[in-house]
Design a protein around this ligand. Structure first.
Ligand SMILES: NC(=O)c1ccc[n+]([C@@H]2O[C@H](COP(=O)([O-])OP(=O)(O)OC[C@H]3O[C@@H](n4cnc5c(N)ncnc54)[C@H](O)[C@@H]3O)[C@@H](O)[C@H]2O)c1
Length: 506
């Protein structure tokens, strides 16, 4: 069995003193462990320790850490210049360049020096833990400890056992992660583990919505924040992380899952990255960061119109709620039956486009609009036109729905609007992670909440929306587009049919 990671005087050796390594060393030192720090570049360790010193000084200034504690943390962070200096380490954590050969070479060097039962852990984001371990004489003592950026602030650490990792080591590392005051989630050695896998829905699907001219980046962001309760819109997130980084993850996941359509990267991102529109770091991404005001025009021009006198609402799911809203706005509403000749026709499709609903219900497309009632969110409404909806109809429909508390975003026709499409995709990818047994259902949700900052994990989100409704959105999108990326997982379909929680294990 591996070394006792509960012993009081544990020594961790962190290799790579960059963004991640310095933070991991800080976290270990703050938990009372000795943290040795090594970097191949001369001066890198001193820079890292100076940066930690500055960050801790900020905490002291705010009264969140005592000066004594700060000195203690810095005293426990020890620069080392030679591999031999880490020979006594109980745990080696590597956070060096993301390169299989470099990581294997480092572990080969270290396994000759450390005790036979000491642990080798990798912070890789995209490489296989099993592949890194395969370069070692004793792969059973190699595991993944995937921290998130910045390590001192992000609570989650994914613990990954490779195919030959001793199971007891995974358990010991779960305790180790708790000991350094982080939240462990165990994941299998699969591309992207849990968090980078779960993140394949929000950004990529939002990019498709914009590429298809359905809504602008700003409109998508506003809808996801104000209607769906996300802290950041997908395009704000893309700009924050950097288009180059996100695009590389998208391409790597797609390739590692052998072209799974759900993970198809965005060709538009290839061009944007080539053009240097990377986001905040290049001062230009989907937004400008050079102080210029955002002047992106609305996707659909809507002429100002008075409220309509009469509205007809399809007597389908969400229809009754919409009728209530319109009545509240002082409009005479007819729910179902044959629409009066002068009424604007409102439909509330799930996964169907406005055209599909108009044709199915034999409505005149020129006076038909669709409203997204999926989550019954109140912060912002989505109104969707058919290609034939008249500008007068649109203007009157906006006047009927818009309030100060809930403005209206008007989008072009698409299966699943914006909110139901993005939420259903997040749920579907979450159920795929569950189906592939990458992590336990509750752990998937915890990892996504802590690692991606979503308001809810994908499975809980699916439960709130209702598994059957999430399935209806996906089936609708699949039916309209015939695109395999919208096929629902069997995990979701089964639980929707049984009417049980998406967190129900097999
Ligand atoms: N940045 C993130 O958001 C993030 C999040 C999770 C995991 N990771 C992973 O963590 C690792 C490090 O990423 P980072 O963002 O800190 O990179 P970084 O470039 O900021 O730091 C890497 C450091 O490793 C040093 N280095 C490179 N090769 C070395 C070697 N052979 N031996 C010793 N030192 C070496 C470099 O000089 C550099 O200081 C990568 O595997 C990355 O995939 C990164």
């Amino acid at each position: 069995m591996a070394i006792d990671l509960r012993k009081p005087d544990l020594t961790v050796a962190v290799f790579g003193a960059g963004t991640m390594g310095r933070g991991i060393a800080q976290v270990c030192a703050q938990a009372g462990l000795t943290a040795l720090l090594f970097d191949a570049r001369a001066g890198a360790v001193a820079e890292a320790i100076a940066a930690v010193d500055k960050a801790l000084a900020g905490l002291v200034a705010k009264g969140r850490m005592s000066a004594d504690d700060k000195s203690g943390v810095l005293a426990r962070m020890r620069p080392i210049a030679f591999y031999d200096d880490a020979a006594g380490a109980d745990v080696v954590i590597e956070a060096i360049v993301e390169d299989l050969d470099a990581k294997r070479a480092l572990f080969r060097e270290m396994e000759q020096r450390i005790a036979p039962d000491a642990v080798l852990a990798t912070n890789t984001s995209s490489l296989s833990v099993t592949a890194i371990a395969a370069g070692c004489a004793r792969p059973q003592r190699v595991a993944g400890l995937h921290f998130f950026n910045p390590p001192p602030l992000m609570r989650l650490v994914e613990v990954i056992g490779g195919l030959r990792t001793e199971p007891a080591l995974v358990e010991a590392l779960v305790d180790f992660v708790k000991r350094i005051n982080k939240h462990p989630v165990v994941a299998t050695d699969t591309p992207g583990f849990v968090v980078n896998h779960a993140g394949r829905a929000y950004g990529p699907e939002a990019l498709r919505i914009v590429a298809q001219g359905i809504a602008s980046p700003r409109e998508v962001d506003l809808l996801m924040k104000e209607a769906a309760g996300f802290r950041m819109g997908p395009f704000e997130l893309l700009d924050l992380i950097g288009g180059d980084v996100t695009h590389a993850v998208m391409v790597s996941m797609f390739e590692q899952y052998f072209g799974e359509p759900m993970y198809q990267p965005s060709p538009q991102m290839t061009t944007r990255v080539a053009g240097g529109l990377l986001g905040r770091k290049s001062k230009q991404g989907f937004y400008s960061y050079d102080g210029a005001p955002d002047a992106s025009p609305p996707t659909v021009d809507v002429p100002a119109q008075p409220k309509p006198a009469a509205a007809w609402v399809a007597d389908e799911e969400g229809g009754r709620d919409l009728a209530g809203l319109l009545k509240g706005a002082g409009i005479a509403v007819q729910l179902g039956g044959a629409p009066a000749p002068d009424a604007i026709c409102f439909v509330t499709p799930l996964g169907e486009d406005a055209t599909g609903a108009a044709v199915r219900l034999a409505l005149e497309p020129a006076r038909t609009v669709a409203v997204d009632m999926f989550g019954r969110f109140s912060g912002r409404h989505t109104l969707m036109k058919t290609p034939l909806t008249s500008p007068e109809t649109l203007g009157a429909a906006v006047a009927a729905l818009a309030t100060e508390a809930s403005p209206v975003t008007v989008i072009n026709d698409s299966a699943g609007f914006v909110v139901q499409r993005l939420l259903a995709m997040i749920v579907n990818v979450g159920t795929r992670i569950a189906e592939l047994r990458i992590a336990a259902p509750t752990d998937i949700d915890t990892a996504v909440e802590l690692g991606l900052n979503y308001p809810k994990g994908p499975l809980a989100l699916g439960n709130i929306l209702g598994p059957a409704r999430a399935l209806a959105v996906l089936d609708g999108m699949h039916g309209v587009t015939l695109d395999p990326k919208y096929r629902a997982t069997a995990w979701l379909r089964r639980r929707a049919r049984l009417g049980v929680s998406l967190l129900t294990p097999d």
